[in-house]
Design a protein around this ligand. Structure first.
Ligand code: ARG
Length: 472
């Protein structure tokens, strides 16, 4: 029977770990998510050892077959590491030795868990970035379809949450497509720095064994290799960058959610929630609650928190690897899950969870003073200086408010008393649709560009970057 610790530690240790500390130290409960990538990385490493003649070709093949066997057993639910395995890297190595015998002990030649974990994490994140790109495209599509249907639906536009000017609903929705596009571009840029291989840096100083970093890097479709081995094993900038990009995605989703929540309220009543995405109250039978956007708005804080945690985690660390880095996994895993689920939930909400109440929107844009700027513009077109027109219209609005009438209900004789330049055509100018006629065109144009960007190509593995988009 082996001593508790002799599993992988050297003969330097006499006693086993305190059981509480063993569990405290272990990451296997969460880093098992990296299994696929750990196997991929180890296979690339084993092949390279064979090619370089560090082990024989036959040994390399046996390592590779053993690693593939672990993949198969894992998919059949037969690979179940335990706490004493510590982490996914040790669990795989131990299992490999169990499966193929002493030759399995050659796998870790010229490698450390420090460069191994960095490799695994980068491979994992690269895939997830490509998936998030697809999720962002789905959101863009769902918004675009609604925008296309609602080019001529008007909605009040706000500044300071005060009615400002009417807008095409398409114009409003397309703003979020633009944000999603910038989110995609940011991820694409982060991906370039995720896609660099740290493998070969070993613990911190490289190795005297004649490994080839080029071979492992190209096997794993990385786009480059770290230049400095200390940097390779202690860089977590890419984690922070990814969480920064993810935080902005969540901030955008949270703003959109907030609008949906407001729109669904009795006070706005711009949308009706369908039964697909709304829940009821356990007490009040009349209620239909916007849980989906509320949850997304609430979840945004998790991702911002992980970003803060990672900045704090790295800020005082001396070179090179420190165990603090083990904390990066849960931050990334939880953020990826949160971002992906939120994107999908909001896409479903826009696909089938809400209906715009056009009669309410129409009523909203026709019963306020959001056409006041258009009256000023009317006078400007007749060569009245803007500031003068602005002052005059302010006075007209004030009197109308006192008299409880809307601009569209002021009789022409009354308009004439305000300024002799007012003619019958002022009524046309007061229509909300005339106020937005120019934005229709803009929204249409933005939409066309956004739509063409949706023609994306799916890429897998190392090359290029997920999505990308054709451009308008
Ligand atoms: N589980 C560890 C982590 O996630 C793997 C690397 C351990 N390296 C070490 N020198 N103890 O960071």
């Amino acid at each position: 029977m082996e001593k508790a610790l002799s599993k992988t530690w050297s003969e330097r240790f006499d006693k086993g770990l305190n059981p509480f500390i063993e569990k405290f130290n272990a990451s296997i409960e969460f880093d098992i998510c990296l299994l696929e990538e750990d196997l991929d990385g180890s296979i690339a490493h084993a092949r390279m050892l064979g090619i370089q003649g560090i082990i024989t070709k036959e040994e390399a093949l046996r390592l590779e077959n053993g690693l593939q066997q672990i993949r198969k057993e894992a998919s059949d639910g037969l690979f179940q590491p335990v706490i004493s395995d510590e982490d996914v890297h040790f669990a795989v190595e131990k299992k490999l030795i169990d499966l193929i015998g002493p030759v399995g002990k050659k796998l870790h030649t010229g490698r450390s868990r420090n460069d191994q974990v960095g490799t695994d994490l980068r491979l994992w994140l690269r895939k997830r970035i490509d998936e998030i790109d697809m999720d962002l495209v789905r959101l863009q599509k769902s918004l675009f379809l609604l925008a296309e249907e609602n080019l001529y639906t008007l909605i009040p536009g706000y500044t300071h949450l005060q009615r400002a000017q009417p807008l095409s609903l398409a114009h409003h929705l397309l703003a979020y497509i633009e944000m999603a596009q910038r989110d995609r571009n940011r991820l694409k840029d982060v991906r370039k720095r995720v896609n660099i291989s740290p493998l070969g840096a070993a613990a911190l100083a490289g190795t005297s064994i004649s490994i080839s970093r080029k071979i492992t890097s190209s096997e794993l479709h990385f786009q480059g290799i770290y230049s400095n081995s200390l940097d390779a094993v202690s860089d977590r900038d890419f984690v922070v960058e990814f969480l920064g990009a993810s935080s902005l995605i969540m901030a955008h989703l949270s703003r959109l959610s907030e609008e949906v929540i407001l729109w669904a309220s009795e006070e706005f009543a711009f949308i009706q929630l369908t039964d697909r995405c709304a829940t009821g109250s356990s007490l009040m039978p009349q209620k239909k609650n916007p849980d989906v956007p509320e949850l997304v708005r609430g979840k945004s804080g998790r991702v911002f928190g992980h970003l803060q945690a990672m900045l704090t985690m790295i800020k005082g660390l001396p070179l090179a690897y420190n165990k603090d880095f083990q904390e990066d996994k849960e931050a990334i895993f939880d953020s990826v899950k949160t971002v992906k689920n939120s994107l999908i939930a909001i896409s479903i909400l826009f696909e089938e969870g809400l209906i715009f109440r056009k009669e309410r929107l129409n009523q909203a844009v026709s019963s306020d003073f959001s056409n006041a700027t258009d009256v000023a513009d009317y006078l400007v077109a007749k060569d009245i200086p803007f500031r003068e027109a602005y002052q005059l219209v302010g006075r007209i609005v004030k009197t109308s408010l006192e008299e409880g009438i809307l601009l569209k209900d002021i009789p022409l004789e009354r308009w004439k008393t305000f300024h002799k330049f007012f003619e019958k055509d002022i009524y046309e100018k007061l229509l909300p649709s005339s106020a937005v006629s120019y934005t229709h065109l803009r929204a249409h144009e933005t939409g066309r560009i956004a739509y063409s960007r949706l023609c994306f190509k799916k890429k897998t593995g190392g090359g290029g970057g997920g999505g990308g988009g054709g451009g308008g």
